[in-house]
Design a protein around this ligand. Structure first.
Ligand SMILES: [Zn+2]
Length: 171
């Protein structure tokens, strides 16, 4: 593990950051994150605010540039590149806090439920996902509005250009 220059990795933690760090250690999710980070042969670095950054993640799943497991943020870029993307790192950090609030592993099924709900409602896993909304949609790369046109049927039905065509939902 390396301490990246300018990461604030050695700065004192606030009480809330220390609480999150302790909670995610006790609930096992940080250890899970470390196990995945080691198994996936990532480069571990000490990040700011009690986070650990695992750069160079190459496994296919999940389909994300970065994701959190406990206090570990795994990313496909290098750790240094993630640290430079402050908004994305803040976004992932909020997910780290969400693990603590959910008492650890229950975050994962709850997140999947919220993502499934969001896909049904908006056509993507983030826009109506309570966890992504809290973490910040724009920073996570999600649109503020979904692509499914709910409530637009009356207009579409009235529009003569659509007559005779099957209405299709945009993915
Ligand atoms: Zn997110």
């Amino acid at each position: 593990m390396t301490v990246l220059p300018g990461s604030g990795g050695q700065g004192p933690l606030t009480a809330a950051q220390r609480l999150r760090q302790g909670a995610n250690l006790v609930n096992g999710t940080t250890l899970l994150g470390l196990a995945v980070a080691v198994a996936a042969r990532t480069d571990l670095a000490k990040g700011p605010r009690g986070l650990l950054i695992a750069g160079g993640y190459r496994w296919r799943l999940p389909f994300a540039g970065a994701f959190a497991l406990g206090n570990v943020v795994l990313c496909r870029s290098t750790a240094g590149e993630l640290l430079a993307r402050r908004e994305l790192l803040r976004h992932e950090e909020r997910h780290c806090s969400q693990y603590a609030w959910c008492l650890g592993v229950p975050f994962l099924p709850l997140y999947l439920l919220a993502a499934g709900w969001s896909v049904l409602r908006t056509g993507n896993p983030g826009t109506a996902n309570v966890f992504e909304r809290h973490a910040g949609l724009a920073a996570g790369g999600y649109p503020a509005k979904g692509s499914l046109r709910h409530g637009s049927a009356p207009h579409e039905v009235r529009d003569p250009r659509l007559w005779g065509r099957r209405r299709r939902r945009t993915p």
